[in-house]
Ligand binder design. Sequence first.
Ligand SMILES: Nc1nc2c(ncn2[C@@H]2O[C@H](COP(=O)(O)OP(=O)(O)OP(=O)(O)O)[C@@H](O)[C@H]2O)c(=O)[nH]1
Ligand SMILES: [Mg+2]
Length: 296
Amino acid sequence: MSTEAFRTGTVAIVGRPNVGKSTLVNKVVGAHVAITSRKAQTTRHRILGIYTDDRAQFIFVDTPGYQTQHTNALNRAMNRTVTQALAEVDVVVFVIDAAGWDERDAPLLALLPEKTPVILVLNKLDKVRDRTTLVTKLDACSKLRRFEALVPISATKGTQVRALLDEIRRQLPEGAPIYEADDITDRPERFLAAELVRERIFRLLGDELPYATAVVVEKFEVEGRLRRISATIYVDKPGHKGIVIGEKGATLKRIGTEARHAMEALFDGRVHLELWVKVKRGWAENDIALRQLGYG
Ligand SMILES: Nc1nc2c(ncn2[C@@H]2O[C@H](COP(=O)(O)OP(=O)(O)OP(=O)(O)O)[C@@H](O)[C@H]2O)c(=O)[nH]1
Ligand SMILES: [Mg+2]
């Protein structure tokens, strides 16, 4: 038994799109609570990933990738989510790519709060061929501002994730746990179901379409271990509808089958899933539509 006091705190995971923030949260939590894809800007909401061990409760706040290039109303709402998270947490984990500091990381660096401890993570270490270059990269980063620690990791492989948790724990305030020891997220299954459908769209469909798509769960009924879920995929243009449905409905069927498997794994029970596709023009630029779809 450790004589050290128990620690509990919130940890914002921030960084530009696609650096692996959600992958890191899932790795720590040990479940697929945050959706991930090769495409930038996969995450749209603030999602908690909770991990408790015998010494601490880590409440991770996964955030959308911070970006300044595309600015529609949805992007602005996503960036607001990041600045709000930065203002209210005990620790910040700033994730960059292990390839090294990039100018695209700079806008976020400027937003990091003065008084909150910040840990710099260099993720995707597995992609770095020559690790001797890391020393120079870490050294360059350490000059950017004060970091409590600089930790190279691989979120997919789990390399150094323990070491990162140790560094984070040191920065957490003492306190009793807020969530149950086996809680892994604050989001209800209904939200997670919509996200898993959106993940399939990000992974299966083109370069443009995922950004013009939103998913809303209309029905979520639990009968013993069976969940009956019905969801609508909103697209921006009539032409998009045909793409999501695919020839003879093949694409929609694949989205449904894969999303259902992911839900069954996460919820540990059978899922009956029904999907619909509807057009809602200009939703990503329309504040009322955004709110109806659960953003902002
Ligand atoms: N090789 C490698 N790939 C990784 C690692 N971590 C994440 N990835 C990949 O990087 C891509 C982006 O991962 P995400 O976790 O979705 O990134 P994110 O930072 O949450 O992205 P946004 O939500 O869009 O801001 C996915 O294809 C991941 O599989 C890693 O440690 N090594
Ligand atoms: Mg993400």
